[in-house]
Design a protein around this ligand. Structure first.
Ligand SMILES: Cc1cc2nc3c(=O)[nH]c(=O)nc-3n(C[C@H](O)[C@H](O)[C@H](O)COP(=O)(O)OP(=O)(O)OC[C@H]3O[C@@H](n4cnc5c(N)ncnc54)[C@H](O)[C@@H]3O)c2cc1C
Length: 306
């Protein structure tokens, strides 16, 4: 990332919300289920699958967690009604993980049972390292109860991840593998770019070799090439893995994967709690300075033209 972009990424929390909302619009499918479904339908028409995320990271009360549970219920109904090719992704803090383990577990059970009613699937996103143990524990507990329509996420930047891979393999697991987005201490996380990639490749190799279904979640062309080599090395068919990308990030790269016959799932977030998610996406955008400049210049031009 260029120096100016890095500096702006750090200053983003000080940028006014309306500006953040405008320049992050391409990463968010809107505020309503109907808007999310329209986005998913358009992706499905392009041969891409989706995973819908109800944004809800700033949750502070039990009632708010129940609203998120209800929102997922509406999402499952809409997916079924409209015949969409989409599952869902949930954040455990949105279901109350920081308010209480048992509250979160009950909410997650409800969401996973709603999903099962229409043959759908729930991916549990992985949040910062304060959530890792509880997230993996909840995943194991629900699987032990026979709730099999769930999968978890592992983050390649965590030093523990290869051990988590080995722990999860006996469950016959469905894992999304990503680099990891939260700021973590070097004592627990690789911080160097290539070290994170190497850890990703090592974990992916172990998962694919042992028959796990993996959602290979990255926009990094180097990693995608390594993943394709591993798929070939292990002789996997196209149904045994999928690529995953975020809405609005490197769509041409995704189109290329689909043209080459690979399964691709796009992460489609929607909802009123768009701010935290938008900040993370913008901070990862290597051309953030350009976007802010384009937005500002665009508005000046529009004002002058009016
Ligand atoms: C489907 C999906 C689900 C995810 N779920 C989780 C999760 O549960 N927990 C978690 O911690 N992280 C999650 N992530 C985020 C992930 O951990 C990374 O932070 C993110 O994907 C960026 O890493 P990268 O592998 O794409 O590589 P990078 O090296 O960051 O990016 C590769 C290239 O992609 C482009 N790019 C990346 N981001 C952007 C952007 N925002 N705008 C424009 N261009 C961009 C750039 O050109 C960059 O050079 C998820 C990612 C995906 C794709």
């Amino acid at each position: 990332m260029a120096l100016l972009d890095r500096a702006i990424a750090r200053l983003l929390p000080a940028v006014p919300r309306p500006l953040v909302q405008r320049i992050s619009a391409r990463y968010i499918a809107g505020e309503t289920v109907a808007e999310a479904c329209r986005t998913v339908k358009a992706l499905n028409d392009e041969g891409q699958m989706a995973t819908i995320d109800v944004l809800g990271e700033e949750i502070a009360s039990r009632e708010e967690t129940l609203e998120i549970v209800r929102a997922y219920h509406d999402v499952f109904e809409a997916i079924e009604r409209e015949g969409l090719e989409s599952n869902v992704s949930v954040k455990l803090t949105g279901l109350g993980l920081k308010l209480g383990y048992e509250l979160c577990k009950a909410n997650l059970q409800t969401v996973v049972r709603h999903a099962a009613e229409s043959g759908n699937f729930v991916r549990i996103d992985m949040e910062d390292s304060s959530c890792t143990n509880d997230t993996l524990r909840l995943y194991r507990e629900l699987r032990a109860e026979g709730l099999d329509n769930i999968g978890v996420v592992l983050q390649a930047y965590l030093r523990r991840t290869i051990l988590d891979v080995r722990d999860l393999l006996p469950l016959g697991t469905n894992v999304r593998l990503c680099k990891g987005i939260y700021v973590e201490s070097p004592t627990i996380a690789y911080t160097e770019h290539q070290a994170v990639r190497d850890s990703f490749v090592e974990s992916l190799d172990e998962l694919l070799r042992n028959g796990a279904y993996v959602g290979i979640a990255t926009h990094d062309e180097w990693l995608i090439e390594r993943a394709l080599e591993l798929v070939e090395k292990h002789g996997l068919s196209k149904e045994q893995y999928e690529f995953q990308m975020l809405l609005g990030v490197r769509p041409q790269l995704g189109d290329r994967l689909v043209r080459d016959g690979h399964r691709l799932r796009i992460y489609v977030p929607f909802g009123e709690h768009w701010y935290g998610y938008s900040l993370r996406r913008l901070q990862e955008n290597p051309k953030i300075a350009g976007y802010i400049a384009a937005d500002t210049v665009g508005r000046v031009l529009r004002r002058d033209g009016a």
